[in-house]
Design a protein around this ligand. Structure first.
Ligand code: SAM
Length: 226
């Protein structure tokens, strides 16, 4: 956390909820149950307003530069789409063909209200094969959906499978989760590197960015499937 960051009362409420969502020992079922409550009465939306939460902004930052042609033809999957914040960001940049993959029905119901996605897939990503063909998408965005009990390491293979060679996978997550998340500690980045060695994908960029969530830094990875 930056030393000069002072939480407001709203920040403290958001931090309390996020602590529960990313609590040590959470299973994916715990996480889904938690989001199904957090989203009620606009609480998740308020707790993740851009003055506190910028995962979606960072995951989408400059992403248009990889698609110099018609952005309205680029097929996008928003993995862990939540209430659809990524779709709002991408629409501003001219992307139109977006699908949402999201395991929490109540979050997806909220995203449906904005009517920005083409398909709403009520599933999570993990080690199992999704009902999506190889190389279906040009771009995958993963914003804020990595952490304890959320997307497991093994899901990286599925991401690389459903995005076409030369496409982009953009992942934003809290930097501290590399170490604090039991599944990722000593595993996430070694797996990312191994996938490069095995020819599954290539690293495009890895950046540490400030103010990802309530003064905490984020990591933004961009990979391109091979
Ligand atoms: C902090 S929210 C982020 C939502 C949205 N991407 C955003 O930036 O506002 C994390 C989301 O990840 C979803 N999630 C949890 N486990 C997941 C999994 N295995 N696969 C995909 N999404 C998952 C949750 O249901 C929740 O909607």
């Amino acid at each position: 956390m930056t030393s000069d960051w002072k939480p407001s009362a709203d920040d403290l409420e958001s931090i309390t909820a996020a602590k529960e969502a990313f609590k040590h020992g959470n299973t994916n079922d715990d996480v889904i149950k938690f989001y199904s409550e957090w989203v009620k009465e606009g609480k998740y939306q308020k707790d993740t307003e851009p003055e506190r939460y910028r995962a979606h902004i960072l995951a989408c930052e400059n992403i248009e530069t990889y698609y110099p042609g018609n952005k309205d033809k680029v097929k996008v999957i928003d993995i862990g789409a939540g209430t659809g914040r990524v779709a709002v960001e991408l629409m501003k940049k001219g992307f139109k063909l977006m699908d949402a993959l999201e395991p929490t029905t109540e979050m997806l119901d909220e995203a449906k209200k904005m009517d920005l996605y083409t398909s709403y897939i009520n599933l999570g990503i993990g080690a199992d094969r999704l009902p999506i063909d190889d190389n279906t998408y040009d771009l995958a965005i993963v914003s804020g959906a990595m952490g304890e009990g959320h997307i497991p390491c093994e899901a990286l293979h599925e991401m690389a499978r459903i995005v076409r060679p030369g496409g982009i996978i953009s992942i934003s997550m809290r930097e501290e989760f590399l170490d604090s998340c039991a599944d990722y500690r000593g595993r996430l980045e070694p797996l990312m590197k191994k996938m490069e060695q095995d020819g599954e994908w290539k690293l495009v960029s890895r950046e540490i960015r400030p103010n990802y969530y309530c003064g905490k830094p984020g990591l933004v990875y961009r990979y391109s499937p091979s």
